[in-house]
Structures are given as structure tokens and as C-alpha cells.
Write a protein of this length. Structure first.
Length: 164
């Protein structure tokens, strides 16, 4: 019986060490990872698409507060790094429940629904909702924009606007 176990161990050892994978040097993988990470983020537009910027030490207590931060524009030095904002809003209210967020706008919305400004809103609100409701994943949040003039836009998910 002992011989069988020894033979099995030797065969297993040989098969694991002889798999044919050879060591390689450093392999370039392109740009650093971007997109969804932990904590509250504001999303700003760049020539390469949307970029997440940490909110920092500010506590997010509601969705309206995070939209106001977004409307204030990129952080100091952000414009020099290529960050900009295309978000223009008339008055608004923002509400969220579970994986659903609604942004009601008081007036017409200047975006098309498939533009970077809309992406900034959708991704920022989705991230904020996942911070406010930790049981909800950012990827699952759907954001709908309801202008008082014109048709509803969405629901959209942040992933629709990343890496475009």
C-alpha cells in the first residue's frame, strides 16, 4: 500500500513541475487600472474618457451633496491633469432607493444621454448610492434623469460610459 502512495506522489510531483510554463521578463500591460473602486468618487471627463477622483475626507450624506460637488468642477490641479466637466444642470433633486437613482431636473437637460456629461452624472450618482447603501454594488445601480422638459433619459449604468 505504501508503494502505491509513493508512486502517486512521484507522478503528481512530475506532472506539476513539468507543465511547460517558462518564466518571462516584465510584460507591459498598458495604462493603470481605472473605473470602479472603493469609497465615494466624482467622475470627470478627459480626452480618454471618464476618470474617477476620490472625494477625499468629505462625508457623503445624500445624493444631492455629491451632485453639488460635481457641479463645482475638478479639484485644484485637476484641470492641469486634463480633467474637465460637462455637467450643466438647472435645479435638481436626487433620490435613491436600493439600486435605483432618480435625478429630477427643473428645466431642460442639455445633454443627449450618451454624452460625457451624462456619464459623469450617472457614474458619480451610482458610486454615491453604493456608498450610501453598501449592500448595493455600483455596477448594479441604474440612474434615470427626468427633465421637466423633454423625455426621460435612462435608466443608465455607469459601465455604459466607461472606456468609451
Amino acid at each position: 500500500m505504501r508503494g502505491r502512495f509513493t508512486g502517486l506522489a512521484v507522478a503528481l510531483g512530475i506532472s506539476l513541475t513539468g507543465c511547460g510554463v517558462q518564466p518571462t521578463g516584465v510584460v507591459g500591460a498598458g495604462e493603470p487600472a481605472s473605473g470602479l473602486t472603493h469609497g465615494a468618487r466624482l467622475y470627470f471627463a478627459t480626452a480618454g474618457g471618464l476618470r474617477a477622483v476620490p472625494v477625499g475626507d468629505r462625508e457623503i450624506k445624500n445624493l444631492a451633496a455629491v451632485v453639488k460637488l460635481l457641479l463645482a468642477g475638478p479639484p485644484p490641479g485637476g484641470r492641469a491633469d486634463g480633467l474637465t466637466s460637462f455637467v450643466e444642470l438647472p435645479g435638481f433633486t436626487a433620490t435613491g432607493k436600493g439600486a435605483h437613482v432618480t435625478l429630477r431636473l427643473y428645466g431642460a437637460y442639455p445633454g443627449t444621454g450618451r454624452d460625457q456629461g451624462t456619464g459623469q452624472l450617472v457614474c458619480t450618482l451610482a458610486r454615491a448610492q453604493s456608498v450610501l447603501a453598501p449592500e448595493v454594488r455600483t455596477d448594479d445601480v441604474e440612474v434615470t434623469l427626468l427633465p421637466s422638459e423633454g423625455a426621460a433619459l435612462g435608466p443608465y449604468r455607469c459601465a455604459e460610459f466607461l472606456n468609451r
